[in-house]
Design a protein around this ligand. Structure first.
Ligand code: ZN
Length: 411
């Protein structure tokens, strides 16, 4: 399965690369009025640079998986903790945190390459070495503080209960919902500055749109995304009354009020169609199934010995499970991405009705240009990797609503 997932993963990147390269010399007709050949070619080059890195990522993570399992990496980390003779949950915690840290450190060179070579070359990077280093330290600190109590409690349940999968699942769901609820107000501000939108004219329009859509939130925020990169985006965060809509400052600077309203209407479309709750529901079902499989696997002798691990207990099972799941989960990726693209489509349609299709088209074109998103992705690559429909499909969908509206006005 590992070999299959690596071969398919790499084959997909070559497909995408060939497709993007093939369309590099002409801007697709639908965009030819708005996107220059120069920026189209820039997007193609940026996409190809990213694909080269993706291939290396696929290979390195496969090698890491082998090194941790058959190569004896997990046995080695265990041997660092066992002589300390701590009680089992603490040994497990030490082992898991060490594993996570080592795994993270091996990923670091690729992150550096992406940020300081690719993003830098295409003029997107605004991160300095200092910001990068501080981010890393903060991330390690926050992860340790947040995860340690969770891991300790989960390990205690796993070591002391027969049917632990259900109680661990309750613990996990409670933890992730709390984290989501706290994220916008507590965790995100550790990494970025958030300001309420301060433009009164824009605020008035947004209030009106929110009322029309029946949405209540703790406000619309601008985030200093420009601290790290020139990419622009908008997203939803938080749960219940704590939810927020966040615009990157880079996006606010490049879009006019009409376009911001249209992007916001798209985000509200996700809310209107209950996409956030659907995704949460899927995540909960997925984690319950995962824990049931883990509970069964942790009792199977072959699961450890087959992967070269000599310590048979719940914490090594947990890490083995985390390492091996992606190898199988990639088969389901097209299904997940399909559902995500359908949601994006619905949100676009909603925005076309609540705001203006043409304004959303304008905003999307600016976003594609600013993010150097390719307008000509390969369809099979996209079915595995694209959370959003291809540019052409989205714009054509929006154009059809624009024509409908015009038709209605003429009657
Ligand atoms: Zn969306």
């Amino acid at each position: 399965m590992l070999l299959l997932s690596v071969v398919i993963g790499i084959w997909l990147t070559y497909r995408q690369q060939a497709h993007v390269r093939h369309h590099r010399h002409t801007v697709p007709e639908l965009f030819s009025q708005r996107i220059t050949l120069e920026s189209h070619q820039n997007s193609a080059d940026y996409t190809i640079a990213g694909l080269q890195l993706e291939r290396i990522e696929i290979l390195i993570s496969a090698l890491l998986l082998l090194a941790f399992t058959l190569g004896g990496g997990i046995n080695y980390i265990i041997s660092l903790w066992q002589p300390l003779q701590l009680n089992p949950p603490l040994t497990g915690l030490g082992f898991i945190l060490t594993f996570v840290l080592v795994n993270h450190l091996f990923g670091l060179p690729l992150m550096l390459w992406r940020t300081f070579i690719i993003e830098q070359a295409f003029g997107f990077n605004r991160t300095t070495w200092l910001v990068f280093l501080l981010d890393q330290l903060k991330e390690i600190f926050v992860t340790t503080v947040l995860l340690s109590p969770l891991i300790l409690m989960a390990l205690w349940l796993m070591l002391n209960q027969q049917q632990w999968w259900f109680t661990v699942w309750i613990l996990w769901v409670t933890f992730s919902l709390t984290l989501m609820w706290l994220y916008p107000a507590i965790i995100a501000p550790l990494f970025n500055k958030f300001k309420k939108l301060s433009d009164p004219e824009l605020e008035r329009r947004i209030e009106f749109l929110l009322q029309r859509c029946g949405f209540s939130s703790k406000g619309i925020y601008a985030m200093d995304g420009s601290r790290r990169s020139n990419h622009g985006n908008a997203y939803f965060a938080g749960l219940g009354r704590n939810k927020r809509i966040v615009f990157y400052d880079t996006l606010i600077n490049s879009l006019n009020h009409d376009e911001i309203e249209a992007v916001l209407a798209h985000e509200l479309g996700h809310f209107h169609h209950g996409h956030i709750n659907k995704r949460l529901g899927m995540m909960m079902i997925g984690s319950l199934l995962g824990l049931m499989v883990l509970a069964w696997l942790s009792d199977q002798e072959w699961f450890y010995s087959g992967l070269g691990v000599s310590t048979h207990n719940v914490y090594t099972a947990l890490i083995l499970f985390m390492l091996c799941t992606p190898v199988f989960a990639f088969l389901f990726q097209p299904l997940l991405m399909f559902s995500s693209r359908r949601h994006e489509f619905q949100a676009d349609t909603y925005a076309a009705h609540q705001a203006d299709a043409q304004h959303l088209i304008n905003a999307l074109l600016k976003l594609y240009k600013d993010n150097a998103t390719t307008l000509t992705p390969d369809s099979i690559y996209s079915s595995f990797h694209a959370s959003h429909p291809p540019a052409l499909t989205r714009i054509e969908n929006l154009l059809s609503y624009k024509d409908q509206k015009k038709g209605r006005n003429n009657q």
